[in-house]
Design a protein around this ligand. Structure first.
Ligand SMILES: [Zn+2]
Length: 335
């Protein structure tokens, strides 16, 4: 009884706080998901329509040059997309960022990333004719877009990012905020895009019995990470559309945010039975787009399967594993 004593495993690592950490992580997961659900239901948000399917969401991606200190990354390119289920993609913005500096010992990392992603070298922007957004303007630009399109949660800017990219994004924002501390920007609230897709899918009629409703983040990621549109140069920034860089279109931050938004819309339009308008819900067709028979087939199977089949399809994923662990761990503790 009372305060728990620290317990160490064979290797001298703390065990009890680790258990606590799992519990906390699960609690914050549940809390974040209910935030998304509440956000969709709210009808009093300024600059946002009442209906959840008309509400606009912001997806943000930053690709980095390299590390700065242990918890910061220097951003190289950033892109945002604003979209809603009803109107599709409503706005997108992309900017290359000339940090001008390379931290000591990071030159190799910068060269690697520049080659892989076809990025202009920091400090070289003028020589290669690349338009850039000054680093001091990046967060301000994101804030202005959030204000204009109503992507706010209380006093915070509401961002949806892929779960696996939240670390990169926060590290880039840390660098930008520390570098330009005098600017007054509001806080960022980052939630996962996967949760947004789950919460949106639950809005469909008879969601409890609909096999196409997404029940876990892994299911949402399967749609969002689809490679359709990856090589569509129309979805890339001017820099990545240049002859020399066109092979690296999949790494363009604009292509990344747009293809995710279109992937989400592809799923949501099918789910809600909405017509897909060219440009809004589907990009202008390109010969490089994968005609996605496989995904369509998966989707149709999900839509038509009997409930037992659906359960089999949606077997334990991250969410359930965490749940089980928490339960088991709590039980062990009582002994
Ligand atoms: Zn680009």
């Amino acid at each position: 009884m009372g305060a728990r004593q620290p317990v160490y495993n064979t290797f001298g690592e703390l065990v009890i706080p680790h258990v606590k950490a799992i519990e906390n992580e699960y609690e914050s997961y549940v809390a974040a998901f209910s935030t998304v659900q509440q956000y969709l239901r709210r009808s009093d948000l300024s600059s946002q329509p009442k209906e959840p399917t008309s509400k606009r969401f912001m997806h943000l991606v930053m690709t980095p040059y390299c590390k700065h200190a242990w918890n910061e990354l220097i951003p190289a390119e950033f892109a945002v997309v604003i979209f809603s289920v009803d109107k599709g993609v409503e706005k997108s913005f992309v900017g290359l960022v000339d940090s001008g500096e390379i931290p000591l010992g990071e030159r190799g990392e910068v060269v690697t990333n520049c080659n892989r992603n076809a990025l202009p070298f920091p400090g070289d922007f003028d020589a290669v004719d690349a338009n850039s957004t000054p680093p001091s303007e990046v967060l301000k630009t994101i804030e202005e877009i959030a204000n204009k399109w109503g992507c706010n949660l209380g006093n915070e800017i509401l961002i949806f990012a892929m779960r696996s990219e939240i670390g990169t994004l926060t590290s880039c924002i840390r660098w930008l905020e520390r570098k330009y501390p005098c600017a007054k920007w509001r806080k960022f609230r980052i939630l996962t895009f996967e949760m947004l897709l789950m919460a949106l899918s639950e809005l469909v009629e008879n969601a409890g019995n609909n096999g196409a409703v997404i029940r876990h983040e892994g299911g949402a990621a399967r749609f969002l990470y689809h490679s359709r549109y990856e090589y569509n140069p129309a979805l890339a920034c001017c820099w990545h559309q240049k002859q020399d860089n066109i092979g690296k279109v999949p790494y363009c931050a604009l292509n990344i945010v747009l293809r995710r938004a279109y992937n989400a819309l592809y799923y949501l339009c099918h789910l809600f039975g909405k017509a897909m308008k060219p440009n809004n819900h589907v990009p202008i067709a390109d010969k490089h787009d994968v005609i996605d028979r496989e995904l369509k087939k998966q989707f149709e199977v999900l839509m038509n399967e009997d409930p037992i089949g659906v359960k089999r399809e949606e077997k334990p994923m991250v969410k359930y594993e965490v749940e089980e662990n928490v339960f088991k761990v709590k039980y062990d503790n009582r002994i």
